[in-house]
Write a protein that binds this ligand. Structure first.
Ligand SMILES: Cc1ncc(COP(=O)(O)O)c(C=O)c1O
Length: 391
């Protein structure tokens, strides 16, 4: 008997990292002790008070039931205050905020809510691979747009507007951008909102990195009138070191939130209340929290810069976020070749930029989610492998 998968899975491969991690596991079992500088999962813990709130709430007999589909009021209010304090954006906690089980699920929910078979969605190239898979799984067609180096990593909106946008319903944007670490200009955010309005395109902004190595967190919803055409995803995964807890959020106009909820409420049955209450506590942490995490990332980034120097890469020292992005030197064919050379010669894994789209082929990405000691070890190994190769 042959069991066939649904057509919607055609062209959807296993997530790159799950395949690569299997190879790394096999190398580890063969005694290689690979240092993994690939994945952006924070290795640092959340604030201790956040863990205390989780434990206290979980110990209560009354916190174990199914939860409200729209999330606990305490979490929605904490999200409202967080958006107000850090981004200067007013949101109504009753109607304009939807807590999510991580922002990744929100990408899928948005695609399922708005895309019909054959509808197009603009996605960044390079960009987070989930945008393209979610668009395809929803029956849509991803249309990559390039991030122009001469426009500081922004797309050329005038060129896009000059093309045929008739089937385009959504545009995915992500600033600070992963993987390039580029920040948006204020002017660009205003142009983006105007572009969405003029062309009837829902602009979906994915904003999980705004607090990492960046002193000036910005929301696309801060542009006047943005709620008419913008939905914004945000996350506690990176800024609060809570990736495994799965807490994110969607913010936007009441109508949009209600539309997405029509889909989402058929997919899951809410989030564990103690997780929501602990997340609310995390969102109320002050500047000290972000400063303390960023001080660590900043020291790590210096080590990564040295590693890139060793590899002969030149790079932008002003990039932000949880990774460093760098073009590969001419001596390698592309990022895949450099990543493999470093994996097999130095037992260090770095991500080839090509997994983020064709425009990333000539680049690599190094994660900051690794201790300074491990990064030093990676540096030593790469240094040693280069001396051996050149000897
Ligand atoms: C650009 C981008 N968006 C979204 C996500 C998903 O984050 P979450 O843990 O909130 O699902 C990631 C995670 O790596 C990411 O890099």
């Amino acid at each position: 008997m042959k069991i066939n998968t649904a057509k919607r899975l055609d062209g959807i491969g296993e997530y790159y990292f799950s395949t690569k991690l299997r190879e790394i596991d096999a190398l580890n079992q063969a005694g290689k002790a690979i240092i993994n500088l690939g994945i952006g999962s924070p290795d640092l813990p959340p604030h201790p008070d956040v863990i205390r709130v989780l434990a206290e709430e979980a110990a209560k007999p009354s916190t174990h039931a199914y939860q409200n589909y729209k999330g606990a009021p305490a979490l929605r209010e904490a999200i409202r205050d967080w958006y107000q304090n850090w981004y200067g954006v007013d949101l109504d906690p009753a109607t304009e905020i939807l807590p999510l089980i991580g922002s990744k699920e929100g990408i899928m929910h948005i695609c399922m809510t708005y895309l019909n078979e054959g509808d197009k969605a603009l996605i960044p190239n390079p960009g987070y691979p989930t945008y393209s898979s979610a668009v395809k799984l929803a029956g849509g067609i991803p249309v990559p747009y390039e991030l122009k180096p001469d426009l500081h990593g922004e797309p050329d909106l005038d060129a896009l507007a000059a093309g045929d946008l008739s089937a385009v319903k959504l545009m995915w944007v992500n600033y600070p951008h992963m993987p390039t670490g580029q920040l948006p200009s204020k002017n660009f955010f205003e142009k983006l909102v105007a572009f969405g309005k003029k062309n009837g395109i829902l602009i979906c902004h994915d904003n999980p990195y705004s607090f990492i190595l960046n002193d000036n967190p910005v929301s696309l919803l801060a542009v006047p009138g943005a709620k008419e055409v913008v939905l914004e995803l945000n996350s506690l995964s990176k800024s609060q070191n809570m990736a495994g807890w799965r807490v994110g959020m969607l913010a936007g106009a009441k109508e949009r939130i209600d539309e997405v909820l029509r889909f989402k409420s058929n997919m899951d049955s809410g989030m564990f209340l103690p997780v929501q209450l602990a997340a609310a506590h995390a969102l109320r942490l002050g500047k000290d929290w972000y400063d303390s995490v960023n001080a660590i990332y900043s020291r790590r980034r210096e080590k990564v810069f040295r590693l890139l120097d060793l590899l002969g890469c030149t790079y932008d020292r002003n990039q932000v976020g949880m990774f460093v992005w760098a073009p590969v030197p001419d001596s390698y064919q592309d990022g895949f070749a450099l990543s493999d050379a470093v994996l097999y010669n130095a037992n260090v894994f770095i991500t080839p930029g090509g997994i983020f789209g064709s425009a990333g082929n000539g680049f690599i990405r190094i994660s900051l989610c690794c201790t300074e000691e491990k990064l030093q070890q990676a540096l030593d190994r790469v240094q040693h492998s280069l001396t051996t190769v050149n000897a």
